[in-house]
Design a protein around this ligand. Structure first.
Ligand SMILES: [Ca+2]
Ligand SMILES: [Ca+2]
Length: 187
């Protein structure tokens, strides 16, 4: 699965702790990273972000509480506003993960958040190098921000990355595991 970000990726797990989180933050919890529009805050990681729960409900068109591969294909096209077929790397990632996590042909709610993150990562990794560069990461996170209730445009997230993510090329490279932690830390 060349285009699918590996679950354990080239991430330095030690680097994540310094940015995404603090163990058991006191109340009120400090923001986990700098971001406009409060996209990041301490949240209950046992519960997927509201945005992800909404997407699951939108995709589950037959309302049986689980997602078939067909529901996922149609649902991702809708969520990512893609006309026609999903891009090749997105479809490959979706099928690989679906085969791994839904051997009986139905993806359960509890696993959806992870699969959603994997597919989003594959979609926004436009240069397909296995990490999200700053512009890609911002697009991905902007996608996850809910539109303000009062209308208008979504805030563009500005993210503080740890120095470890800065490559020799002077570019930021966010590995999948960090992106996933960022996503699950959202409200
Ligand atoms: Ca269903
Ligand atoms: Ca990339």
């Amino acid at each position: 699965m060349p285009n699918c970000p590996p679950g354990s990726g080239p991430s330095k797990s030690s680097a994540m702790g310094s940015v995404f989180s603090s163990e058991a933050p006191p109340e009120p919890a400090p923001p986990l990273a700098q971001a406009e529009g409060r996209i990041v805050s301490a949240a209950n990681r046992a519960v997927p972000p509201a945005r992800v729960r909404d997407v699951f409900i939108m995709m589950d068109t037959d309302k049986d509480g689980a997602l078939s591969l067909e529901e996922l294909k149609v649902g991702f096209a809708k969520d990512l506003k893609i006309q026609g077929d999903l891009p090749k790397q997105v479809l490959a990632c979706l099928e690989t993960n679906f085969a791994a996590w839904a051997p009986d042909g139905l993806l359960k709610k509890e696993i959806f958040c992870r699969l959603y993150a994997e597919v989003l990562f594959a979609y926004f990794d436009e240069d397909k190098n296995g990490t999200l560069e700053l512009a890609e990461a911002q697009k991905a996170l902007t996608h996850l921000v809910k539109k303000p209730y009062w209308g208008g445009e979504k805030a563009t997230p500005t993210i503080a990355f740890p120095p470890e993510f800065m490559g020799k090329d002077g570019e930021v490279h966010v590995p999948f595991e960090s992106f996933f932690m960022y996503l699950t830390a959202m409200d």
